[in-house]
Design a protein around this ligand. Structure first.
Ligand SMILES: Nc1ncnc2c1ncn2[C@@H]1O[C@H](COP(=O)(O)OP(=O)(O)OP(=O)(O)O)[C@@H](O)[C@H]1O
Length: 401
């Protein structure tokens, strides 16, 4: 059996993302893990919140793992997946949360498993919880940035269906989304996100109380006029704006997604998460538009192929792909942009678990994960090289008909 890998939960970002990536890799590879001081850098003592526990439990069941410490607020877990061949999850999946915990953080935790575990059939994954939750990928970001970019790197296109929205703002409300996922039938080929091109269009998505629709549209149009050159350079601007009634006077959300001539998507958003005081609404709307536009322009100006959030979310796919993949994170003052703490944490976790190392240019040599085989955590350097060589020659399972 592979040697247990200990991950200290206060490392780098020290939040829930470390746990999600580690669980996904552990359940795929069979490498047992122990995580101590879970979310140790978070306030209120850290530990597992409902959203994290949901992922632990689901992945535990899927990979037939032995679990200790899988309870709310737990600060330490051990997760020992079955040493038999990977269980090929093939039925539809329903995950219900009773609070608006982020649907897309649950997706983040289990998607690598669903894609790479060798299941043969297309499956529907329905999750209830929050679609628009602070500090997590919104439904809108996932459908407009993450999923198109996953398709761009070679993941079979994932379809999304929004049944209802769930918010962390305003009165509690549970939402529900179905993702239709076609698992990989052979290792993911390496990918290069290195050609950014110029920005050809920007799509704005506004979720706000209906009575503010016109005001936000006007503010956005003004911003596009003022910042046209910073966004589009010499190109003729292509701008789309959609509006949806958020049905609560505490729910203001804006997402801007820029699409480049090479199909790269960069997104920035903001869910306004303070109370809106009477008489302050004009300032809230103006700040919302200014902040998101400023953030998007920052992403455009660095010249890279991923926004800050996508960069950390692609790390696990780079590590599992076969061979050298590179994701250009852009430059700041001509110097390579330092990866965010979330990205550094993701890179650290894949290094600890499956030995994949990233260089400062955002390249790594992925293991070419093939569901038919598990990785032995005890391999020494020489054996790892041998395995890499074999993986380059390996032929994946036959294509699904
Ligand atoms: N506005 C956003 N758009 C897209 N993705 C986001 C956004 N904000 C955060 N994320 C992503 O959500 C993840 C958050 O990870 P993090 O560990 O902070 O979350 P968490 O599980 O809620 O844990 P914690 O409560 O410990 O912070 C990261 O992958 C980050 O890139």
């Amino acid at each position: 059996m592979a040697t247990l890998v200990h991950l200290e939960g206060t490392t780098l970002e020290g939040g829930g993302q470390l746990l999600r990536i580690a669980l996904g890799l552990s359940s795929l590879t069979g490498i047992p893990i122990r995580i101590t001081n879970i979310r140790g850098k978070r306030s209120r003592g850290g530990g597992l919140k409902a959203q994290h526990l949901t992922s632990v439990q689901w992945l535990g069941r899927a990979s037939n793992a032995q679990l200790t410490g899988a309870e709310l607020k737990s600060k330490e877990i051990t997760f020992t997946p079955s040493t038999d061949d990977i269980f090929k999850w093939s039925s539809d999946v329903q995950i219900s949360q009773s609070t608006p915990g982020s649907i897309n953080l649950v997706l983040q935790a289990i998607l690598p498993y669903l894609l790479f575990s060798g299941a043969k059939k297309r499956m529907k994954l329905r999750i209830t919880g929050g679609t628009n939750v602070s500090n997590s990928p919104s439904y809108d970001y996932v459908t407009q940035v993450l999923l198109p970019m996953l398709a761009h790197i070679g993941i079979p296109p994932i379809q999304s269906d929004l049944h209802s929205r769930g918010w962390s703002q305003g009165s509690n409300s549970l939402g529900s989304v179905t993702y239709t996922i076609k698992p990989l039938t052979k290792p993911l080929p390496s990918f290069q996100l290195t050609k950014r091109g110029t920005i050809q269009s920007v799509q704005a998505t506004i979720l706000a109380p209906k009575s503010y629709e016109q005001q936000i549209r006007d503010e956005l149009n003004l911003m596009f006029e003022k910042r046209e050159e910073a966004i589009f350079g010499e190109r003729e601007p292509e701008i789309g704006i959609t509006f949806e009634d958020s049905r609560h006077d505490k729910r203001f959300y804006l997402l801007l997604v820029a699409t480049s001539t090479t199909g790269i998507k960069l997104g920035r958003d903001w869910l306004y998460d303070h109370g809106v005081r009477a008489g302050k609404i004009d300032a809230v709307i103006s700040n919302l538009v200014k902040k998101v536009a400023g953030d998007l322009i920052g992403e455009i100006e660095h010249g890279g192929c991923v926004d800050e959030y996508l960069r950390d979310q692609l790390v696990v796919y780079q590590a599992l792909a076969r061979g050298q993949s590179r994701v250009d994170g852009g430059r700041s003052n001509r110097v390579l942009k330092e990866p965010s703490l979330h990205t550094q944490t993701a890179q650290w976790v894949v290094g600890e678990l499956i030995g994949v190392q990233f260089d400062e240019e955002g390249s790594c040599d992925g293991i070419g994960f093939d569901s038919g085989r598990k990785i032995d955590g005890e391999r020494n350097e020489e054996e790892k090289e041998l395995v890499k060589g074999l993986e380059k020659l390996a032929v994946g399972p036959p294509e699904e008909k």
